[in-house]
Design a protein around this ligand. Structure first.
Ligand SMILES: Cc1cc2nc3c(=O)[nH]c(=O)nc-3n(C[C@H](O)[C@H](O)[C@H](O)COP(=O)(O)O)c2cc1C
Length: 365
């Protein structure tokens, strides 16, 4: 197929492309009228196949991971966060979370038994559950969950005591706190605006290597970004050797001409195994992008420049990057991010920005 593609004259390829687009638009004109007919259109098209495969594989992996936990559990994170929100509710209900507290304690028990969950996540869960059972009034379900939690907490506090001497001395409690306890904000709008102006997509870098510890520092700032139900369904695959960065950058479409001189690269990977249902399939893109924006700004303050790189859903490229990075079917590339020290002589496109006149639509109902 590729040989044929290379042999065909460019004018013929262009003509063929236009014909295919023409036929496709003809059918789109007939079938774009309703969701059902649109699904018929895509029945014959492979355009969404990879996504469907990923979402379905994600649903399955979600169920499997309920039994075999990794370093983090999407269900534990989501349910603990739901409890946090119940705890800060105004007015707080005497009994809440009856419908999911048993599920939460069961997954917490599994986390304690399997010992794979990272300690900060486990501590957060333990602290919130302890606070919850301190304040909540029992229903039949809550009473059962309280009893199980009592046993699990006994085991966990015994283990903690063995490790740190006193289970109550494991740092400040990871429970809700009043807004007045938030740190003061020393940054004024003008400073933030300058940082935003300073962050531009930089494509030309010096060959100075980037210290991975700087990137890790920025990642820890990026991870403070909001995420739906606090699941944080993403990770940053870091390629800090220029030859590796170039190899992955080359797999994207938008890096022609500058892929070969990118010192470091991050592949932002969304994890669809964090969701039991299709309805949340877009959240990986939202959460990962919010964090990546914070990452770019954090890197900027450390003297590093970045360029986000589009990741197109093209089967051959998807296969290549999945193989290169060892991705599971439910792990999707959200975008790539080139990172390096800006070449002072390298150009930066003006890239005019839309302003409030175009971006804001005031709505009064
Ligand atoms: C999701 C995303 C994908 C992008 N993909 C590419 C790309 O493939 N190649 C490239 O040179 N720039 C890419 N960019 C950079 C944009 O061209 C750039 O953000 C835009 O022109 C605005 O310029 P600025 O980032 O300097 O403000 C991408 C940006 C985003 C947010």
């Amino acid at each position: 197929m590729n040989v044929l593609k290379r042999l065909l004259p460019a004018s013929f390829k262009q003509w063929l492309k236009l014909r295919i687009e023409h036929v496709s638009l003809f059918w789109a004109g007939l079938l774009a009228r309703s969701a059902f007919s649109a699904s018929l259109f895509y029945w014959f098209s492979p355009a969404f196949r990879r996504e469907q495969h990923s979402v379905l594989a994600g649903r399955l992996a979600y169920q499997q991971q309920l039994h075999q936990l990794g370093k983090s559990s999407a269900l534990l994170r989501r349910n603990i966060h739901r409890l946090e929100k119940g705890l800060i509710m105004q007015p707080r209900r005497a009994s809440f979370a009856s419908d999911y507290i048993m599920e939460t304690v069961v997954i917490f028990e599994r986390a304690v038994q399997q010992k794979s969950i990272c300690s900060a996540e486990l501590k957060w869960a333990a602290d919130v559950l302890n606070r919850y059972f301190e304040v909540v009034t029992d229903t039949a379900e809550i009473a059962k969950a309280r009893s199980l939690f009592g046993q699990v907490w006994q085991q966990l506090s015994r283990e903690l005591t063995e490790q740190v001497g006193d289970a109550t001395q494991t740092g400040s409690s990871s429970v809700p706190y009043p807004a007045s306890a938030l740190p003061d904000c020393p940054i004024v709008f003008a400073d933030l605006y300058t940082l935003y102006q300073r962050r531009r997509s930089v494509r030309w870098f010096t060959q100075q290597q980037v210290d991975p510890t700087l990137i890790r520092q920025a990642v820890n700032a990026a991870s403070l970004a909001p995420s739906a139900c606090n699941r944080q369904p993403y990770r940053f695959d870091l390629l800090s050797r220029p030859e590796d960065a170039a190899k992955v950058a080359d797999l994207a479409m938008g890096t022609t001409g500058f892929a070969g001189q990118i010192p470091s690269l991050i592949a932002v990977i969304g994890d669809l195994s964090c969701y039991p249902a299709e309805r949340d399939r877009h959240v990986i893109y939202i959460d990962a992008s919010l964090a990546t924006m914070q990452l770019m700004l954090a890197l900027e303050t450390l003297g590093l420049s970045t360029c986000p790189i589009n990741w197109p859903d093209i089967e051959s490229r998807e296969k290549a990057i999945a193989q290169t990075l060892g991705l599971e079917p439910y792990q999707r590339v959200v975008m790539l991010l080139a990172i390096g020290y800006a070449d002072p002589q390298g150009g930066v496109p003006f890239s005019q920005k839309k302003t409030d006149a175009l971006l804001v639509r005031e709505v009064k109902l």
